[in-house]
Design a protein around this ligand. Structure first.
Ligand SMILES: O=C(O)C(=O)C[C@H](O)[C@H](O)CO
Length: 306
């Protein structure tokens, strides 16, 4: 049987997460789209190939990322190399379990990931599923974003299922109006949107999750699942509509990657034929375990499910 491919597109960085209050930090590799790919690789059967599309440099940290992806079973055949740029860096600060990030990423190699139009277009079109986020969209220059949109449109027309998490990061945009406009332009090309209500209400002014669903459906997507930081999850679209309001609320240690792991848990379940409600519960179960640990990638969270 031939493998099916899920391609995740975006930027991963060196991640610094604090281990204790004595000034010790752990160095890892993470980034929202890589996090989802990493969880997907651990959750999906071997007849699925999980691949990462990005651009890195040629230095030691870039090689560390490629080695890390290879060692974790995530395909690196779509990782481009840049002779002049390196990968970015971010550090996680925690206050009562809620995280904030400091970034050093303005000149990262990943900002040029869409420069090779043919490579991006072919990679997206030949995948069964393509996954990207609002961070992928935010880091690209205008021409790169246009290339990405065109690649998504062509791929979707040929049958690739395109999945988008708006993952709104206003600091990566010149202003919030531009952010909202560009995010909607990309969302219009996706089959499935996985937004978080806190962000959508703050920046789009949605009064409730159903308003978020209605707004994205109107743009032309097929299905919307609105995450709610552990609260009730609303969903709507051609695969079904409803609310799941009996999910267990956790007291998080670190919310980094909560949404990314939810997306992976949801998608892995759906790929394995779960109905939409069961898939949402699987996403919630995984992210509920991830946020009980520090950092974005938590092997124990996946092991606990198996
Ligand atoms: O800011 C980014 O690009 C990140 O990916 C940082 C975190 O890993 C991510 O936001 C968690 O969702």
């Amino acid at each position: 049987m031939s493998e099916a491919t899920i391609l995740s597109i975006g930027e991963a960085m060196v991640e610094l997460s604090k281990i204790d209050s004595q000034g010790h930090w752990k160095v890892g590799i993470a980034g929202d789209t890589l996090n989802t790919a990493w969880y997907l690789r651990r959750l999906l059967p071997s007849d699925w190939h999980v691949s990462y599309f990005t651009r890195v440099g040629t230095g030691e940290f870039s090689q560390m990322m490629v080695d890390f992806l290879n060692s974790e079973g995530v395909g690196t055949e779509h990782v481009g190399r840049d002779d002049h740029r390196e990968i970015g860096l971010y550090a996680i600060s925690l206050h009562d379990g809620e995280r904030s990030f400091s970034y050093w990423r303005e000149n990262s190699a990943a900002r040029l990931l869409a420069e090779d139009t043919a490579a991006l277009t072919n990679a997206v079109s030949s995948a069964e599923i393509a996954y990207l986020s609002g961070i992928t969209v935010a880091i690209l220059p205008d021409e790169g974003r246009a290339t990405l949109i065109q690649a998504m449109r062509e791929a979707r027309a040929k049958g690739t299922r395109v999945i988008f998490d708006p993952n709104l990061r206003p600091r990566l945009w010149p202003d919030t109006r531009i952010m909202c406009d560009r995010i909607e332009a990309v969302a219009a090309e996706a089959n499935l949107i996985l937004p978080s209500f806190d962000d959508e209400s703050e920046y789009f002014g949605d009064t409730d999750p159903d308003a978020t669903i209605a707004r994205y459906l109107k743009l032309g997507t097929g299905q919307v699942i609105v995450k709610a930081g552990g609260g009730a999850i609303h969903f709507g679209g051609d695969q079904g509509a409803g609310v799941i309001d009996d999910l267990k609320r956790m007291n998080p240690v670190d919310t980094t990657s909560a949404g990314d792991s939810f997306n992976a848990g949801f998608l892995a379940a759906q790929i394995q034929q779960a109905d939409i409600e069961t898939a949402i519960r699987a996403g919630h179960q995984l992210s509920g375990r991830v946020i009980m640990h520090h950092g974005a990638l938590v092997p124990e969270a996946v092991e606990a499910l198996q």
